[in-house]
Design a binder for this molecule. Structure first.
Ligand code: HEM
Length: 405
C-alpha cells in the first residue's frame, strides 16, 4: 500500500490520492508545443469549445423536447421557441453550432493535409480524427430527424433508403433500421436515443483517443521540423526559454488558443443573434407529412460534396462512389507515399496541385449538390465527381515520385 502522510492542505490531500500535480504536468505545464505554429493550430481548441456549446445547449433543449411524432414538432417550434424563456437562444446556439462545427472540422482537416500532419507516427491522430468526422456526421443526421419537420422526415427516408444497397434490394435491412415500413414512432425514438446518448458517448471516447494519440508524437509544426522534445523542454526548464523551440501548453500556448477562440466566439454569437437563418431549413418549419414529398430534397451543406458524388451516377455505381468518398480520407496516411511530412508548398508542385485541386473540387461539388439536378449543373457535378475519384487513385503514384526534401 502506498504511503500517506498527514495532508498540509486540501490540495495536498487530493494530490496524495489522485496525483493531480502529475496530471496537470502531463496535460498542461509540461505538455510541450512547438513555437513555430500558426493560428490554424487553434482549430482543435475551437472544436472543443464548439462541442461544449453543443452539449450544454443540447441539455437545455432536452428539458422541453418531446420525442413523440405527435408532439415533437410543437415542442420545438412552439414550446421551446416561444413559451420557454430563452428557449430560442438555446435552439439558435445548438443549430448554429451544429453547422459551424463542420466548417471548423473541414478547416482543421485540410490544415492537417496541407502540413502533412498525418504522417510519421501521427497516423492514429488522423484515424481518430476521421472517426470523429463520421461520429459528428451521424450526430448531425440524427439531430436533424428530431424536430419532425418535412425535411426531418424526408431526409430520414432518403438516407435510410441508401441501406437497401441499390439493386441488392436489402429492403429488410431498411425496415430493421427504421423499425417500421416508413419513418414513424420507432424511428424517431431510436434516433432520439442515438442523438442524446450513444453518439455523444462515442464522441467523448473518440476525443479522448484523439488527444491520447497526440501525446507521443506531439503536434506537427508549420516547417515540418523534427523537434527533439526532450532536449528542447530541458532547455526551457533550465531557463533558456528564448533558445528553446517549445513552450508549455498551459498557460503559454493556451493564451494564444484563447485569443483565436475569442475572435471565433464573436463571429459565432453574431451568427446566433443576427444570422441564424442559414442553419435552419425553411422546409423544416412545416410538420412532417408522409403524403407530401418536398419538391427538392437535399442534405445540409456539409454533406453536399459527398451527396454530389452519389447523384450523377446510376444507383449502384453511385452507391459505390459514395462509399468510396466516405471512406477514402481514412486511408490518406497510407496512400500518401511521400517521405516528407512538411507543408505542401515545400513538397514540390505535384502534391501542391493535388491539394488545391482537391479543396476547390470539393467546393464545386458542394455548390452543385445544392442546385437542382439539371444541366449544366449535373454535367459539372458528374465531372467533378470523376475528378475526385481520379485524384485519389493518382495520389499514391504522384507521391511515390516525391524526393526527400
Ligand atoms: C470535432 C472533433 C475534433 C476535435 C475536438 C479535435 C481536437 C484536436 C486538437 C485539440 C488538436 C491539437 C491542436 C491542433 O492541432 O489543433 C488536434 C490535432 C489534430 N487533429 Fe483534430 N480534432 C477533431 C477532429 C479532427 C478531424 C475530423 C481530423 C481529420 C481527420 C483531425 C485531425 C487532426 C490532426 C491530423 C491533428 C494533428 C495536427 C498536428 O499535428 O499538427 N481532427 N485535434
Amino acid at each position: 500500500m502506498a504511503k500517506f502522510t498527514k495532508a498540509t492542505s486540501i490540495k495536498d490531500w487530493i494530490n496524495q490520492r489522485l496525483a493531480i500535480e502529475k496530471v496537470e504536468k502531463v496535460m498542461g505545464s509540461e505538455y510541450w508545443i512547438p513555437k513555430n505554429i500558426n493560428f490554424l493550430w487553434a482549430m482543435g481548441m475551437v472544436l472543443v469549445i464548439t462541442f461544449v456549446l453543443l452539449l450544454v445547449s443540447g441539455i437545455f433543449l432536452l428539458m422541453y423536447y418531446q420525442p413523440n411524432i405527435d408532439t415533437a414538432f410543437y415542442s420545438v417550434n412552439y414550446t421551446i421557441m416561444r413559451d420557454v424563456d430563452f428557449g430560442w437562444l438555446w435552439r439558435h446556439i445548438h443549430g448554429v453550432a451544429a453547422s459551424v462545427v463542420f466548417l471548423i472540422i473541414y478547416i482543421h482537416m485540410f490544415t492537417g493535409i496541407y502540413y502533412g500532419s498525418y504522417k510519421k507516427g501521427r497516423e492514429m491522430i488522423w484515424l481518430s480524427g476521421m472517426l470523429l468526422l463520421v461520429a459528428f456526421s451521424a450526430e448531425a443526421f440524427s439531430g436533424y430527424i428530431l424536430p419532425w419537420g418535412q425535411m426531418s422526415y424526408w431526409a430520414g427516408m432518403v438516407i435510410t433508403n441508401l441501406f437497401s444497397g441499390g439493386s441488392l434490394h436489402a429492403d429488410g435491412l431498411v425496415e430493421w433500421i427504421r423499425g417500421d415500413y416508413v419513418p414513424a414512432q420507432a424511428f424517431l425514438s431510436r434516433f432520439f436515443m442515438l442523438h442524446v446518448l450513444l453518439i455523444p458517448l462515442a464522441i467523448l471516447g473518440l476525443i479522448g483517443l484523439h488527444f491520447a494519440a497526440l501525446r507521443i508524437p506531439h503536434v506537427n509544426n508549420q516547417d515540418g521540423e523534427e523537434i527533439d522534445f526532450d532536449a528542447e523542454s530541458k532547455k526551457y526548464l533550465d531557463g533558456d526559454k528564448k533558445g528553446s523551440k517549445v513552450i508549455r501548453f498551459a498557460n503559454d500556448f493556451m493564451s494564444k488558443d484563447m485569443m483565436v477562440a475569442g475572435i471565433y466566439l464573436v463571429f459565432f454569437f453574431y451568427l446566433v443573434f443576427y444570422n441564424y437563418g442559414f442553419a435552419m431549413d425553411p422546409v423544416n418549419f412545416d410538420p412532417a407529412d408522409g403524403l407530401k414529398t418536398p419538391a427538392h430534397i437535399y442534405p445540409e451543406w456539409y454533406f453536399l460534396w459527398s451527396y454530389e458524388i452519389l447523384r450523377p451516377f446510376s444507383i449502384d455505381i453511385g452507391l459505390i462512389a459514395f462509399a468510396f468518398a466516405q471512406g477514402i480520407f481514412l486511408g490518406l496516411p497510407f496512400l500518401d507515399r511521400s517521405p516528407n511530412a512538411i507543408a505542401a508548398n515545400r513538397r514540390g508542385p505535384a502534391f501542391m496541385i493535388w491539394f488545391w485541386l482537391m479543396l476547390t473540387n470539393m467546393i464545386v461539388l458542394t455548390a452543385m449538390g445544392k442546385l437542382p439536378p439539371e444541366d449544366p449543373y449535373s454535367t459539372i457535378g458528374y465531372w467533378a465527381a470523376i475528378l475526385f475519384i481520379v485524384q485519389w487513385l493518382a495520389l499514391p503514384i504522384i507521391t511515390s515520385y516525391e524526393k526527400k526534401v
